[in-house]
Design a protein around this ligand. Structure first.
Ligand SMILES: [Zn+2]
Length: 178
């Protein structure tokens, strides 16, 4: 089941994970692919050119770099540097069927990449301060490199989805039976 619809989307972070995954797996190689991910998460209707799409992909690489960080001090430093460069201008907003939540509002003339980085900076900053550690990661299942947001309250999450977790358990079980 798609996690996004079963619990609250924490601070737009599933959006960031989806976007990073889409760029990584090539489904957002064209401007339309990037626009589709943003739209699917209730973001603005972007009209990307090849140039602004490239800038967005560079921004996505910066976000991926933070999602690869497991050390909270380094992550905080990286996020603070984004907050300095791309001030988030937080505002409470209410998306359809959701409760009020804090969103970044980029200036009207902001380029898509700037919008993305200010949105990401606020989302990651709120999440790190709420959880106190880097509650995100990359799937440990062989052959899967997808990023995920760790919303668990107990053991740290290791897989991007129950599907990957099950796949690994089944493989381990078969290995023992041999
Ligand atoms: Zn996975």
């Amino acid at each position: 089941m798609d996690q996004r619809f079963t619990d609250d989307n924490p601070r737009g972070l599933y959006f960031l994970a989806d976007l990073v995954n889409a760029v990584q797996d090539g489904s957002a190689a064209a401007p339309a692919g990037l626009e589709a991910v943003v739209k699917a998460h209730g973001g603005p209707s972007l009209r990307l050119t090849d140039i602004t799409a490239e800038e967005v992909r560079e921004a996505v690489a910066v976000i991926a770099g933070i999602l690869d960080t497991k050390d909270e001090d380094s992550a905080a430093e990286a996020i603070n540097s984004l907050l300095d460069q791309y001030p988030a201008r937080p505002r409470l907003a209410r998306l359809p069927e959701r409760r009020w939540s804090l969103h970044a509002q980029a200036p009207h003339d902001a380029q898509p990449a700037q919008w993305l980085l200010s949105t990401a900076a606020l989302a990651l900053a709120l999440w790190l301060s709420e959880r106190g550690y880097c509650a995100w990661g990359r799937c440990a299942a062989p052959g899967c490199d997808r990023y995920f947001i760790d919303t668990g309250r107990r053991a740290p999450q290791r897989y991007c989805s129950t599907r990957c977790g099950t796949r690994v358990r089944v493989a381990a079980h078969r290995g023992r039976g041999r």
